[in-house]
Design a protein around this ligand. Structure first.
Ligand code: KIV
Ligand code: ZN
Length: 553
């Protein structure tokens, strides 16, 4: 059954001298949200009035100026919702609502009834113009399709005259534009436009739907450029695009369509819509934002947007949804984590104004995502990532040589469970392996006597005194321990720094001892640097199992 020979390649437009590949997007298009119409029509459970109101309020808050609120002649809830918005004066002055209608007189009249009293509205007329529908569904000629559109346009204009107090804007969609012979699409739209007469100052929108996405986005861009170049009165008409996501390229098609001459984009928040969905306005707007272009939508609280969309649609947002998904600012790979850590530090150290951080195309905080989500640790993570978690979540900075030691322990733990590990579990393992003091090895007191070249020291460990001497206090301690236990111990790594400032300043010491050639690490935190250093040696020494402390004076 899986047989590609059932399908044929989409016929390209063959546009000569296309201009769109040499252009760049430099400003946001006019946005029109169709969440409350196309999005809503595609829901298992369409939104109730409360949900529609909540979605409408969100869209207004985000900055949409044009919002398609329903298909009132086809759906009683849409009719009632349209009335509610108008009767309860819920439409702000700068918002234009849009409603969809088929090209039938009774439906057009009912559409105007739903809009009675509105200050300004877009009446959106459509009929399918595609070859497949014309030949197989309606079984009529191209002339028949043109006739439906022209009559619909006439009824729309005539009915509007009964409501002179409203500012009417007319919109026409040759539905399934992508499957329509291009010259036919131009002819149908020209005929609709001639009925609406934009030359008299009337605002007219021609909306080109990729009702089904049928080709690569470059072919769609050719279709749009061809259409724009051949439409009469192009300069008096707003060209809008309405792409669906069947091939997963709805956003790309809309972007290239803008390059090809379109001015306006219809879509939904996070891409809800028929089949694979409508063009995702959040993605397209964030694409602009990440290029330094004002998207003219306020997407700064993506968490809230997701909450409302999920509540109103009943559809969960995928964790890897572009820009918005829960895992989008999370690095699992160790090398990514390491690069992010260094890059963020570089960014901070150099006080960079322009965001240019490895693996993070935007600063997650811009849209109410948090750095805590940037790094999670699993068995693929590297040493840098683990260290970053300790630093970020617990303020513990470790020297580089300790990253390796800690990472080994975390790696073993995640390999055992096969699961991701939480920051608190990382801290617990760190504490257990490096900080926790076996009471037998707790420094309770010390005395130092400095003479010319050496220090005579007395360390009281768990109440038992140990006398020793060396070039400095740490050397003395090592000398004492070696003498008592018969080991050969050397300090191979040592790092010490303050971990807070002011009156509650503490010192952190990290040590690596080679005891008879075997490495042991420990970390100690204390009120003063010397105590931290001494305790770190004792703690590292205590890890030499199974030797027990045999305190000898
Ligand atoms: O996808 C589509 O063609 C539509 C039209 C009604 C604009 O939603
Ligand atoms: Zn649609």
């Amino acid at each position: 059954m899986f047989d590609h020979q059932k399908y044929i390649q989409f016929t390209p437009v063959g546009l000569k001298d296309r201009n769109w590949p040499n252009r760049l997007i430099t400003k946001a298009p006019y946005w029109c949200s169709v969440d409350l119409r196309d999005g809503n029509q595609a829901l298992v459970n369409p939104m109730n009035v409360d949900q529609k109101t909540k979605m409408f309020e969100l869209l207004v808050k985000l900055g949409f100026k044009e919002i398609e609120i329903g298909f009132p002649s086809a759906s009683k809830p849409d009719f009632d919702f349209t009335r509610k918005l108008i009767d309860e004066r819920l439409i702000p002055d700068d918002i234009t609502v849009q409603v969809l209608t088929q090209a039938r007189k009774d439906l057009i009249d009912r559409t105007y009834d739903s809009l009675k009293g509105v200050k300004r509205a877009i009446v959106h007329l459509y009929n399918s113009t595609s070859n497949v529908q014309r030949e197989q569904v309606f079984r009529i000629s191209e002339g028949g399709i043109l006739d439906i559109a022209k009559k619909g346009a006439k009824w729309v204009r005539e009915a509007s005259m009964k409501f002179p107090h409203t500012e009417w804007i007319f919109q026409y969609s040759p539905e399934s534009f992508t499957g329509t012979d291009l010259d036919h699409a131009v002819a149908v739209c020209d005929s609709v436009v001639s009925e609406w007469k934009p030359e008299t100052g009337r605002k007219v929108i021609i909306n080109l739907p990729a009702t089904v996405e049928m080709s690569t986005p470059n072919v769609f861009a050719d279709q749009v450029e061809y259409f724009c170049k051949n439409l009469a009165q192009r300069d008096k008409i707003t060209i809008s695009l309405h792409t669906h996501n069947d091939r997963g390229c709805a956003v790309a098609a809309a972007e290239l369509g803008i390059l090809a001459g379109a001015d306006r984009i219809e879509g939904t928040l996070l891409g809800n819509g028929e089949r694979t969905g409508n063009m995702d306005i959040v993605t397209m707007a964030m694409n602009l934002y990440s290029q330094g272009i004002d998207p003219c939508l306020d997407l700064s609280d993506i968490v809230k947007i997701i909450e409302v969309v999920e509540d109103c649609t009943g559809i969960a947002i995928a964790p890897r949804h572009p820009w918005a998904g829960e895992l989008v600012y999370t690095a699992f790979s160790g090398s990514h984590q390491d690069a992010i850590r260094k890059s963020m530090q570089y960014h901070k150290d150099n006080n960079q104004k322009i965001w240019n951080v490895a693996y993070l195309p935007i600063d997650p905080r811009d849209i109410n995502r948090r750095y805590e989500a940037v790094v999670r640790i699993n068995s693929q993570s590297g040493k840098g990532g683990v260290a970053l978690v300790l630093e970020r979540d617990f303020g513990i900075e470790l020297p580089k040589w300790m990253h390796v030691r800690l990472a080994e322990i975390i790696q073993n733990a995640v390999e055992e469970t096969g699961q991701e590990i939480s920051p608190s579990s990382i801290y617990m393992l760190f504490e257990k392996h490096f900080i926790r003091v076996n009471e037998e090895w707790r420094l309770t007191d010390y005395n130092l006597k400095h003479s010319d070249k050496q220090v005579e020291a007395e360390f009281v460990i768990n109440g038992i005194a140990m006398k020793c001497c060396g070039a400095g206090p740490l050397e003395a301690l090592i000398e004492g321990l070696n003498r008592i236990f018969g080991y050969h111990t050397e300090i191979t790594q040592f790092d010490q720094h303050a971990i807070s400032s002011g009156s509650d300043a503490k010192a952190q010491a990290c040590i690596e001892l080679a005891v008879n050639g075997q490495m042991h690490c420990a970390v100690a935190i204390a009120d003063d640097t010397l105590v931290a250093a001494i305790q770190s040696i004792l703690t590292a020494f205590s890890r030499i199992s199974p030797i027990k402390h045999r305190g000898v004076a």
